[in-house]
Design a protein around this ligand. Sequence first.
Ligand code: VGL
Ligand code: ZN
Length: 208
Amino acid sequence: MNTTLGDDDLLLVIDVQNDFCAGGALAVPDADAVVPVINRLTERFDHVVLTQDWHPAGHSSFAKSHPGSAAFEAINMPYGPQTLWPDHCVQGTIGAEFHSQLETKRAELVIRKGFRAGIDSYSAFFENDRRTSTGLSGYLRERGFNRIFLAGLATDYCVYYSALDARRLGFDSVVIEAGCRAINLAGSLDAAWSAMADLGVQRLGDLS
Ligand code: VGL
Ligand code: ZN
């Protein structure tokens, strides 16, 4: 892979928010370790976009919204299967804020997702019905980006779905492993890497 970065390369930083980090409501193992890595990556890119998981209270992806169901169970929603989560990244809460050490000032866009009560959005591009657009694709296209590098949380959910959609939309899509950590529910990490490989998402250990 040509790792010389240019004006048409973008770093897309996925969901580095307090609730996914140590002490958070849906803490991803070792999540805080991505912060210095992503800060270093951010310095290398001309363009950086952040995503922010941003749910209303009582969101339909929260286990508490489904009496009789527990967190980390899967249920069927009108748009398909949905894993249930502990309440997390509720709009306006500390848990929804970016990690305090994350370097955010060079971000050119913050795209929020998961704000509709009845549908979750793992991907930065499409909600979990796989059709409702967040608008990010149009933004990236209009700005002329060709290659999207991804890092953040979690490798096997929001990074995975975003990387896959970037590829499907015709961008080159590269996941930087050193800048990601996984939830890994029931083999979800292996499944994610193999699905990404099948679709032509590139896996880069780190940017040297
Ligand atoms: C995520 C589960 C629920 C993620 C977001 O950022 O990977 N995972 N909401
Ligand atoms: Zn969420």
